[in-house]
Design a protein around this ligand. Sequence first.
Ligand SMILES: Nc1ncnc2c1ncn2[C@@H]1O[C@H](COP(=O)(O)OP(=O)(O)OP(=O)(O)O)[C@@H](O)[C@H]1O
Ligand SMILES: [Mg+2]
Length: 312
Amino acid sequence: MPEFAHLPAELRPIAGLDAATRIAHIRAERWIPYPTATRLLGILQEAFDQPPRERMENVLLLGESGMGKTMLIRKFERANATAFDIAAGVGRRPVVVVLMPPQPVEGEFFDRVLAAVDAPLAVHWASGRPARLRAAASQMLRELGTRVLVIDEINSVLAGTGRQQRLFLQLLRFLSNDLQLALVCVGVPEARHVLLSDSQLRSRFSDEELPRWAPGEELRAFITRLVWSLPLRERSPVDSPKLRSLLLERTGGITLAICKAFERAAVAAVRSGREKVDLESFADPEIWHGLTVQDRRLPHQPQQTRRVALPG
Ligand SMILES: Nc1ncnc2c1ncn2[C@@H]1O[C@H](COP(=O)(O)OP(=O)(O)OP(=O)(O)O)[C@@H](O)[C@H]1O
Ligand SMILES: [Mg+2]
C-alpha cells in the first residue's frame, strides 16, 4: 500500500511536504470537472465549431454570483487557444474574453476589446472616438481569426439608461451579424430580461444556466473530487448526506462558498494536525465567515460588487 493511498497518485508526494507548501496548494485555483459544467462547455464548443454565417447561434450563460461562470469561460478559452503562427507571423485568438465596462457604453466596450486582444497602444491612441474604436476593434478581431467573443459580466447592461441599453443591444447585433462571430454573454440571471427583450437577439441566443447546487449524486461526486484535490494526510470522511445538507443550507448551493468552506477546513486541518476534513470541521464558525446565505444578502450592495470580499 503506497503512503497516502487515499489520495490520487499525483497528489501523494505533495502530502509529504511541509505545512506552508501544502496550504499554498490548498489555496491555489484549480478546475474540478462536474457534469453540468462539462455539458455547458460542450454547448460553448458547439458555438465555436459553427461555420461563420449571417445568422450565428449565440449563447447566453447565466448563473448566480460565485457559481463559477468566469472559471468556466476561462477553461473554454484555454481549450481553444492556439499557438503563435510563426509561418504567418501573426497571433491567433480564436476565443476572446472581454469584461464588460461598468456602464454599457460603446467606446469603453471596444476599448476593452482592444485591451483584451493586447492591441498595441498606438491602435488605442489612433482610434479615440467610438466609431473609430469600433472599426479598430473589428479589424483586430478579424485579423486574429476570432470565432467566439465572450462578454463576461453582461449584467452591466442593467446599469445603463434605457437608451444606453438599446444602443448596446444594437451593438451586440452588429457583432453577431456583421463580424459573424458567435457571442457568449455571461452574467447573473437578472440580465436575462434585458438581453432577451430584443426579439432579434432572443431568436439568436440559446439561454443556458449554471444552476445552484442541489442535493444529489452530482454534488456528492463534486465534493469527493474537491477533497481529492486537498493534500491532507488522513482520509476525509465527507460522503455523508448530513454534511451535504449542511453545506447546501449554509451556502445556498453557491460553488464559491462550498469551495471556500472546504479550503478553510483543509487549512485548519493542516494547522491543527487533524489532517482530515469531516462533519466536525464545519462546526467551527470561522469556516463560514462571509460565506453563508445571510452574509451574501447584505443590503445595499451594488450590482457590480455583489461578490463579498472574502478574508483569507
Ligand atoms: N469547477 C470548479 N472547480 C473548482 N472551483 C470552482 C469551480 N467553479 C467555481 N469554483 C470556485 O468558485 C469561485 C467563483 O467562481 P467564478 O469567479 O468563476 O464565479 P462567477 O460565476 O464568475 O461569479 P460572478 O458572477 O460574481 O463573477 C472560484 O474562485 C472557485 O473557487
Ligand atoms: Mg465572474
